[in-house]
Design a protein around this ligand. Structure first.
Ligand SMILES: [Fe+2]
Length: 471
């Protein structure tokens, strides 16, 4: 039996009796006769059940119980007491004891209780196995719903590491450009352990031939490589090392085989998705450039807006993901201008009312262009609302203060400041001081008041980097 019992009892006769009973039933156990030594023992060893006397020579049994529960609340505790008053029992149960046995006890009753709690433990272990299966199913769901390769690989590594605690585990993915397998994610117990980063295609072909699993036994350890297949072809493999003290079982190899079948398609989808996403991002990047190239006055505008927006974002201590949202939307916010006719977009003089109505469409066009890109909702919203104003006089919807997302509010300020401090065909650029005055004038009306104050503070500190206007 794997479960282990600790007896904490100072009465020699009772200890002898317990030893006799437990030995006859082949239980694995230790015994101690004081509270302090019990706590020490529990710290070092793994027990499933403690049989605890309440009256000990050094410290109270209650104190020992408290310590046990602090160390590991999953250990079952049966109180063994000659003072089975209701008060003591209630107190012990309240403190987390599972049951009690009154001295003198009946051997049959005693054994029944021991079996009950030991059985409970093995049931719990079964339940843990069940939970593992559940986590694999969970992984399946994760793989289906998530498209991000990094998250999928991390989840796989964590699940396998929790289940098997191998010496080393790595996931290699096939690199179609270089025709080899590259280590994408790994975890190992010994940080000094070396790991092969690249496998040549022919090495892998030699390993697997027509099998899905390759097992290589060494003196102290066993290497296991399991193919990961996509819909049609091999897309990578799992590489796991086990120490031979804990040899790998046949059913575990079977498990790895079916596990890698499960993850294959998910990984393949994630890789494809990343490729599409990357090429779309590149396309969008060149679109932003082509938009700016149309007009010498707006060249580098998106980059500048992103610079100012991130200044605010960093000062606001936004998280990494939030900074990324702000950065992406700052770059993309004006993309819709690609859909505006050049004679309006590049008109040197003042726009007529109708022309301005057309210009007002650009946030909506931005959204249309970005549609196929799997951008975050916040990124799309930031682009859509970057011309909304606090007092509701903005466009395209005339949203008011609390309805405008933070990212859009930040971009509005960065956008306005960048526009004001650059040359335009119909007006001269404003000095830094003048632009700051304009922002102040419209703070709380067009722009978020607090963000303007924040931004002005930052800009004033940035004197030597940004402006050489000497003010
Ligand atoms: Fe705009």
């Amino acid at each position: 039996m794997e479960e282990k019992i600790l007896i904490v009892e100072d009465n020699k006769e009772i200890i002898d009796l317990l030893i006799e009973i437990l030995t006859s039933k082949k239980f694995s156990f230790d015994y101690v006769s004081s509270g302090i030594s019990a706590i020490e023992k529990i710290k070092k060893e793994n027990y499933n059940l403690i049989i605890l006397d309440l009256q000990l020579p050094d410290i109270e049994g209650f104190k020992v119980l408290e310590e046990i529960k602090k160390l590991n609340e999953n250990i079952s505790v049966i109180i063994l007491t000659g003072f089975g008053t209701t008060d003591n029992i209630v107190k012990a149960i309240k403190m987390g004891a599972d049951d009690f046995i009154e001295k003198p006890f009946d051997i049959k009753d005693f054994l029944e209780k021991i079996y009950k709690y030991i059985k409970l433990k093995s049931l719990e272990r079964e339940l843990t196995k069940f939970k593992m299966i559940e986590s694999i199913l969970q992984l399946n769901r994760t793989i289906i719903t998530l498209s991000d390769l990094e998250t999928i690989l991390t989840t796989i590594i964590n699940i396998l590491d929790n289940m098997f605690t191998p010496e080393r585990i790595g996931i290699y993915i096939f690199d179609t450009k270089n025709n080899n397998y590259v280590l994408k994610k790994y975890k190992f117990k010994n940080v000094l352990q070396k790991i092969k980063v690249i496998y040549k295609n022919y090495e892998i072909e030699r390993f697997f031939k027509d099998k899905n699993v390759y097992v290589n036994k060494f003196d102290n350890s066993t290497d296991l490589k399991i193919i990961i297949k996509g819909k049609e072809k091999i897309i990578g493999f799992l590489d796991i090392e086990f120490k031979n003290e804990k040899p790998i079982k046949e059913e575990e190899i079977k498990f790895f085989e079916s596990f890698s079948l499960q993850i294959g398609i998910g990984i393949e989808n994630a890789i494809l998705f990343e490729m599409v996403q990357n090429s779309y991002v590149n396309t969008i990047g060149s679109l932003v450039k082509s938009l700016e190239a149309k007009d010498k006055y707006t060249k580098g505008h998106s980059e500048e807006v992103a610079y100012y927006a991130l200044l605010i974002g960093e000062k606001l201590k936004l998280r990494d993901e939030e900074i990324e949202i702000l950065k992406n939307s700052s770059y993309l916010h004006d993309l819709g201008k690609l859909g505006i006719r050049d004679n309006i977009l590049l008109k040197p003089g003042k726009l007529t009312e109708e022309e301005f109505e057309i210009i007002k469409q650009h946030p909506l066009i931005t959204l249309k262009i970005l549609e196929p890109l799997n951008l975050r909702k916040e990124e799309k919203e930031a682009c859509l609302y970057h011309h909304e104003r606090i007092d509701g006089s903005g466009y395209p919807y005339g949203l008011k203060d609390e309805k405008i997302p933070l990212y859009a509010k930040i971009i509005a300020i960065a956008d306005a400041y960048s526009a004001m401090t650059s040359e335009r065909p119909y007006r001269k650029k404003l000095s830094k001081r003048e632009a700051i005055e304009e922002l102040k004038k419209y703070a709380g009306i067009w722009f978020d008041k607090e963000l303007v104050e924040f931004f002005i503070n930052l800009i004033e500190q940035q004197k030597e980097v940004i402006g050489n206007e000497g003010n």
